[in-house]
Design a binder for this molecule. Structure first.
Ligand SMILES: Cc1cc2nc3c(=O)[nH]c(=O)nc-3n(C[C@H](O)[C@H](O)[C@H](O)COP(=O)(O)OP(=O)(O)OC[C@H]3O[C@@H](n4cnc5c(N)ncnc54)[C@H](O)[C@@H]3O)c2cc1C
Length: 409
């Protein structure tokens, strides 16, 4: 059991999962230290979608009014183009929550906000520039984490170490926990395009003959993801930047001149898509959450949402035993039990979309027509509420336990 000078929980990774868990545990009175390897949260092209379920967590915590003062755009409806046909896909305006939209907000604003709220608790410590490199084990139990910091290597002992260090988690690799790889046939190229007068400002996906382009309206720019077959970037590059610009212009219906904003390949960032999950998320003294437990496909933009929901479930199950110094395997098992189901279902939907929509669209030579299910959603708009519910609220919603809201452990 940690002595009074040690954290009861050490979280590696200051992303949505790690910072939200750190905040919630600190609010419940647990001594918690979060390690973040970077000096700040400034990272371009990350999940910038704050979903209705995450906004509702902010409501439950009484943070929502301050949070919504940060600059953001509201996405109440999601649409798309299938070939030449515009389609409405999801309508969030009927969800049973207070904020019925996706808030598009730079992830660094979201993370800075959570970090600054957490710092109000004296039992919360955030170490920036601190990179977790290894687990410290005693027998079969994890008892701490080794980290490289500007002051040198530090050993941080804790009753529980949580890996929230993302899809390339070092700690999950060190733990040796087995991974199930579900595969992904595509990668995504991220870049920005300028907004011009007359743009609709509607966040949408465009599915055409051999292309998929997601366009997220960000107020003063478009954040775009152009989907390519896995591993085909070098082939695309060999065709030259001009032909890439031509392809994006055709997919976006933007004037070709606007594509000159992509000045070089340096303006195009590759996201290697992965879909995987751990078979077991924990061992004695150690737990993985967020992308460290399950890397998600970008389909649906649900990665941040799942990471936050994992953090809430983990805090609900672990705050009391951590405070009591009694956290054990049964508590950790409880977290996996709660979160494995939504992970499995969400990944199953993503894999089905990869296999039945993404893959076939990328190999098409003629413009597609909307499938029956999309056509029905246009005839009966009420059907757009179903995808809105799955995307906006997730498969299993978490609520912050009353004792954490009240700030008692
Ligand atoms: C290009 C791109 C676009 C995306 N678009 C969307 C989207 O639109 N919507 C959406 O919901 N999701 C999106 N995602 C996915 C989303 O970003 C992730 O699912 C989500 O951020 C997972 O949160 P996390 O906290 O588990 O991990 P991460 O966000 O990856 O956070 C991990 C944190 O740990 C830190 N870290 C890593 N290693 C260490 C270490 N050894 N020691 C200390 N700290 C460490 C990292 O710096 C990072 O801050 C996107 C991802 C990418 C890459």
């Amino acid at each position: 059991m940690a002595d009074g000078s040690q954290p009861q929980c050490c979280v590696a990774g200051g992303g949505p999962a790690g910072l939200m868990l750190g905040y919630l545990l600190a609010r419940a009175g647990v001594r918690v230290t979060v390690l973040e390897k970077h000096a700040d949260f400034l990272r371009d092209f990350r999940g910038d979608t704050v979903h209705p379920s995450t906004l509702q967590i902010m409501v439950e915590l009484g943070l929502i009014d301050r949070f919504l003062k940060l600059p953001h755009q509201k996405v109440e409806r999601l649409g798309g183009m299938v070939g030449e046909t515009p389609v409405a896909i999801a309508d969030f305006r009927h969800l049973p929550v207070r904020e019925r939209y996706i808030a598009m907000m730079p992830q660094w604003d979201f993370l800075n906000f959570i970090a600054s709220e957490a710092k109000a608790f004296p039992n919360f410590t955030l170490l920036m520039n601190a990179e977790a490199t290894d687990l410290i084990e005693r027998g079969d139990k994890v008892v701490g984490v080794r980290a490289t910091t500007p002051e040198g290597v530090r050993e941080i002992m804790a009753d529980l170490v949580v890996a929230a260090d993302g899809r390339n988690s070092v700690l999950r690799e060190r733990s040796g926990l087995a991974i199930e790889d579900l595969g992904a046939p595509m990668d995504a190229l991220w870049f920005r395009l300028p907004v011009e007068p007359g743009d609709t400002g509607e966040t949408m996906g465009r599915f055409g003959a051999g292309y998929i382009l997601a366009m997220l309206f960000r107020g003063d720019y478009w954040q775009c993801a152009y989907v390519i077959a896995k591993g085909s970037l070098e082939q695309l590059k060999s065709g030259g930047l001009e032909s890439f610009r031509d392809a994006v212009a055709a997919a976006s219906s933007f004037d070709r001149k606007r594509l000159d904003a992509i000045a070089s390949w340096d303006d195009v960032k590759l996201l290697t898509v992965r879909v995987d999950r751990l078979l077991h998320w924990y061992q004695d003294g150690f737990l993985c959450i967020g992308d460290a437990a399950h890397a998600m496909s970008p389909i649906g933009g649900v990665g941040v949402n799942l990471a936050v929901q994992d953090a809430v479930a983990a805090a609900n199950s672990l705050a009391k035993p951590l405070k009591a110094g009694s956290v054990g395997l049964a508590d950790l098992r409880q977290v996996q039990k709660r979160r494995m189901f939504p992970t499995r279902v969400t990944q199953a939907i993503q894999v089905a979309a990869q296999n039945n929509i993404i893959g076939p669209t990328l190999s098409r030579r003629v413009q597609p027509k909307p499938p029956l299910v999309l056509r029905m959603m246009q005839w009966f708009p009420i059907l757009q509420r179903f995808p809105a519910r799955v995307l906006g609220l997730g498969v299993r919603r978490e609520h912050v336990a009353e004792y954490i809201r009240a700030g008692r452990g």
